[in-house]
Each structure stands twice: as C-alpha cells, then as structure tokens.
Write a protein that binds this ligand. Structure first.
Ligand code: HEC
Length: 286
C-alpha cells in the first residue's frame, strides 16, 4: 500500500514540477524577449519618470505598453506583481520529489554502498546539510560582495570553483543520480534566493526627503570629487545653490544611470540613492 501511494504521489508531483518549471522558463523567456525589444522612450514625461525603455505589443485583442525603469521607480501606486512563485514552486515541487525518492527511499536511491557504505540517517543528514550549507554560504557571499565594484565577477568565480568541488564531493558520497539531483537543487535554491530583489529596492519608501537630507548625502558622498579641492567635470556641489542648479543632472547620473559616485568609491547606499531620486521627482512634479 505504501509503495502504491508513493508511486501516485510521485506521479502527481512530477507533473506539477514539470508544469511549474514550464511556467518559470516561459516567463523568463518573455522577459528576455521584452528586454531585448525595449526602445528608449520618446515622450519626455516618461524619461523624467526614469523610464529607460518601453515597447508596444498586441496580444489577444489588447494593446500592451510595458515600460522598464532604469533604476528603482520613485513610487509604485498599485500592486507590485513579483515573479517568484514560478521558481519557488519549481524548487518546492522538485524538493518534494527529491524527498520522496532519495530521502524516503535512501537505502535504494541515495546510498550506493560501492561509493560509500553508511547509514540512511547519516546520508540524509549530509544531503540536507549540502542544501542548507550551500544556500547560507551563497547568501553570505552575495551580501559580503554586494557593494564591491567587481562583486558579480568575484561571486561568479568563487561559485564556479565551489560548485565544481561540491560536484566532486557529492560523487564521493552519494549514488550517481542522487549526487547530481542534489547539486541541481542546491544551485537552484541559491539562485532563487539571490534573484529576490535586494530589500532596499523593494522597500518603496515614499517618505518625503528634505533638502537638508539631500545636502547631507551630497556632502558625504560627492564633494570629495565635486568640492572646493577637486572639481571633476568642472562640477561643484558644495553649496545649496549648486546642488539645486544641477538637480536634473544629479538625478540622471545618480539615480537613472547609476554612474555616480564614480565606482561608488564613497559608498552611497541604495536608500540614499532612492532618497535623491524622490527628492528630485517631488521637486520637479508640480
Ligand atoms: C571618485 C570621484 C567621484 C565621486 C565620489 C563622485 N563623482 Fe561625479 N563625476 C566624477 C567624474 C570623474 C566625472 C566625469 C565622468 C565622465 O565624464 O565620464 C563625474 C561626473 C559627474 C556628473 C556629470 C557632469 C556633467 O555635466 O557631465 C554629475 C552630475 C556628477 N558627477 C554627480 C555626482 C554626484 C551627485 C555624486 C555623489 C552622489 C558624485 N558625482 C560623486 C567623479 C566622482
């Protein structure tokens, strides 16, 4: 009876897994298509809002006009649809399958005594530690290198070495198929947690920003290169008038293009960047 129920459960979860995975890949394809077909907006109102690209499409009898912001939008005034259930559901159903097959039936599928003869309890604990350990390490690594100028390249290089080492290790511990399913699950858990936008960019704070706050940010983050000692590109920002006169340019460089501060040497934080954006947008909308 148990085997019979397990077979059915596996069949149903396997279908769920395939279908949600199709939804995940499908939505990824749609966004890849969208990104590669965006054109810079012509309408000045869109540019001022911070829109970096838009497209027109028709589907099923309706016209669609998606717009992509170059940075975080100043404010979001309706529900934010966040595309994560596709990937979460794929991982969760995949993990359920993994648990039913490789953990529940560890002696048959997880353990290969010719590779390593150990107890199911030890093998199962090690397999789970792989997943949790990989996720925590990846998370800590991304956090540690988040503000580093070459952070992405470093994370990529370190993970490449780590994944290769873990594949080797998994093959020394588990049955062949289990080893690779386990690595797949570990990589995806890292990926979908990392794909979560950083809290700062989701925290769509709409608190008004005073000019004093703006000046404090500029004094701390900009005047080392745009002050009385050094004036990069002939730009000085060490007085209120100069900041006001260059507001549009500051908004473009800091919020839209994210070029300033140069290489973020002065460590401008994401909330500070957004505060500059909200200040400019509030000042420029009547
Ligand atoms: C490490 C030095 C450095 C820091 C810090 C820095 N900048 Fe700059 N900034 C530059 C350099 C260099 C250029 C010229 C870049 C170029 O032309 O490609 C520049 C150019 C600019 C420009 C464009 C000027 C123009 O008319 O083309 C603006 C606006 C600007 N910075 C604003 C800021 C603001 C606002 C901050 C603080 C949030 C800041 N910068 C921090 C070095 C810096």
């Amino acid at each position: 009876m148990e085997t019979y129920l397990l077979e059915w459960a596996q069949l149903l979860v396997r279908w769920l897994h395939v279908i949600v995975a199709i939804a995940w890949i499908g939505s990824s394809f749609y966004f890849v298509f969208l990104d590669s077909n965006l054109v810079p907006p012509q309408d000045p109102a869109l540019k001022d809002k911070g829109v970096g690209g838009e497209m027109w499409a028709v589907h099923g009898g309706g016209f669609y006009n998606p717009q992509k912001y170059a940075g975080a939008p100043g404010h979001i005034n309706s529900t934010l649809h966040w595309f994560y259930w596709e990937s979460y559901a794929t991982w969760l159903s995949g993990f359920a399958l993994f648990a039913m097959m490789y953990l529940w039936q560890a002696p048959t599928f997880l353990i290969d005594t010719s590779v390593m003869a150990w107890s199911p309890a030890a093998a199962i604990t090690t397999a789970l530690a792989f997943l949790v350990g990989f996720w925590l390490f990846y998370h800590a690594l991304c956090k540690a290198l988040f503000n580093h100028p070459q952070g992405q390249a470093w994370v990529g290089a370190i993970m490449l070495v780590l994944v290769a080492a873990l594949c080797w290790l998994a093959c020394q511990l588990f049955a062949g198929r289990a080893a690779f399913v386990l690595m797949g699950a570990a990589i995806i858990i890292g990926l979908i947690v990392a794909l979560r936008p950083a809290p700062a960019s989701v925290d769509v704070s709409t608190a008004p920003v005073s000019f004093e706050e703006v000046q404090a940010i500029v004094n701390q983050r900009c005047i080392s290169c745009h002050g009385d000692q050094v004036q990069m590109k002939n730009l000085r920002l060490d007085s209120a008038d100069q900041i006001r006169a260059n507001a549009q340019n500051i908004y473009q460089q800091v919020v839209v293009l994210k070029q300033m501060p140069m290489n973020n040497t002065t460590g401008l934080t994401e909330p500070e960047r957004q505060a500059l954006g909200r200040w400019f947008l509030a000042a420029s909308t009547p």
